[in-house]
Design a protein. Sequence first.
Length: 104
Amino acid sequence: MTVKVLTPDDPDIFSEAVALATSYDLPNNTRALGLWPQEKEEASKLSRRQRSYVYSKAESILSNADTLFLLKLTLISKLSLISKLTLISKLSLITKLTLNSKLT
């Protein structure tokens, strides 16, 4: 469908160009409707993989933290008070270093 535009020379030049550009899916970088269906599927797969990776890392960090905490409790229950205080400070430092290395 073309709209007649009044121009001095030829009234159909501009209207035909507009009709051609709007009638056909010409290649350009702008998309009025967002991603195409293929790209939506690929984007959802990528975000799913990224979420899975982040959740697996968080799970491994939390399971290691639980294991370290249980190890701390068993070791602390067998030591004297002075030994317990020094061990707690050393184990907390080790735990921080371990968790920081797992995050990176």
